[in-house]
Design a protein around this ligand. Structure first.
Ligand code: NDP
Length: 320
């Protein structure tokens, strides 16, 4: 089968297209023909070596496609399924844990199905797992026109929250506003703008997936006893954080969460996955898919994502 294969960590150029043996499903897995693979920022951390990764490996963890074989005979061949946690998804075939996939309803397009779970469930746990987001809450999200950013904005607005979004260009600002953001700020002074918008108080929670360049302002933007969720590091890791900063900014709560801990049980996975699928089916959540890249063009997909030139969710077209 055709697959992207990484033998050494580095820039996007280490994403080689090769021929690899087809994987064989374990008893708790099904074999799937991948239609589209989701491309997520975390894929770039593993590729570059900033997150530990055994080499060689096939990147990717998310996607959608048709079941080819289920050793347990529970899922019919041909069923269209989506997943968020199947290592090796940048390939024509992948094995997916049977209890970690969802059937894709007919009305959901394949590129949407391929990218809905990781970013969708992340937005869901950030809003309803790290805290209980309610009507009237004021929230701030950085990279607001990115994959997670656009989904989180729509979900928060559906829950009645007021969202302030931070983006780098007028085009991205327009997308954030379309997703429901009440106001969109630039990176230079978003903390001051967020304070101004909340009558000097600061927002109830900040969701920051940018990291190094935004974290100091994330603390500034938050109200006393509010929550700062530092959930990613697109600009680099936050370094040298002194715990007294939380005191100085008014007894803040800080968390550095990860999706794994919020979908640890099958029940929690199903609850969040179903919430995402339902929101898409009802039309309250619309995924914006960046023009799909071919599997052969994985280098371009990573290059564009890291150069901040993508909006919404990024996918690789593998088949179908
Ligand atoms: P995005 O589509 O949001 O892409 C990253 C965005 O970050 C860019 O488009 C850009 O938007 C912004 N950005 C700001 N500064 C930089 C920089 N120096 N270099 C590159 N990008 C920058 O990606 P995802 O939706 O896949 O992920 C968003 C974040 O969420 C990532 O940090 C990711 O690791 C994290 N994440 C965390 C999870 C968790 O459970 N902890 C799960 C899923 C994602 P702009 O131009 O507007 O600034």
């Amino acid at each position: 089968m055709k697959a992207i294969f990484v033998t050494e960590t580095g820039g996007p150029e280490v994403l080689n297209v090769v021929d690899r043996p087809e994987p064989r499903p374990a008893p708790d897995e099904v074999l799937v023909e991948v239609a589209y693979a989701g491309v997520n920022y975390i894929d770039t951390y593993f590729r570059s070596g900033s997150y530990a990764q055994e080499l060689p490996y096939i990147p990717g963890s998310e996607g959608c496609g048709r079941v080819l074989a289920d050793p347990a005979g529970e899922i019919a061949a041909g069923t269209v399924v989506a997943w968020h946690d199947a290592p090796g998804s940048y390939a024509e075939r992948v094995c997916v844990k049977r209890n970690r996939l969802v059937a894709v309803p007919e009305g959901i397009d394949l590129p949407v199905a391929a990218s809905m779970l990781l970013q969708g469930m992340t937005a869901h746990y950030l809003l309803f797992g790290t805290r209980e987001t309610r009507e009237g809450d004021t929230l701030l999200v950085t990279a607001g026109a990115g994959g997670v950013g656009l989904v989180l904005t729509q979900m928060a607005v559906s829950a009645g929250a007021i969202v302030y979004s931070v983006t780098s260009t007028p085009e991205k600002a327009a997308l954030a506003a379309e997703a429901g953001a009440s106001a969109v700020f630039g990176y230079d002074d978003f903390a001051a703008k967020a304070r101004e918008a909340t009558g000097g108080r600061g927002v109830d929670a900040v969701f920051d997936g940018v990291g190094k360049t935004t974290f100091p302002q994330a603390l500034e933007a938050c109200r006393p006893r509010g929550l700062v969720c530092s959930f990613g590091s697109a600009s680099g890791e936050v370094e040298g954080f002194a715990i007294q900063e939380l005191n100085k900014h008014g007894s803040l709560f800080l968390t550095r969460p990860s999706i794994g801990a919020y979908v640890a049980s099958d029940d929690e996975f199903r609850l969040r996955a179903q919430a995402v699928v339902r929101a898409i089916e009802e039309g309250s959540l619309r995924l914006r898919i960046h023009e799909p890249f071919l599997l052969d063009d994985a280098i371009a997909a990573h290059t564009e994502l890291q150069a901040r030139r993508t909006t919404g969710s990024v996918v690789l077209k593998v088949a179908g």
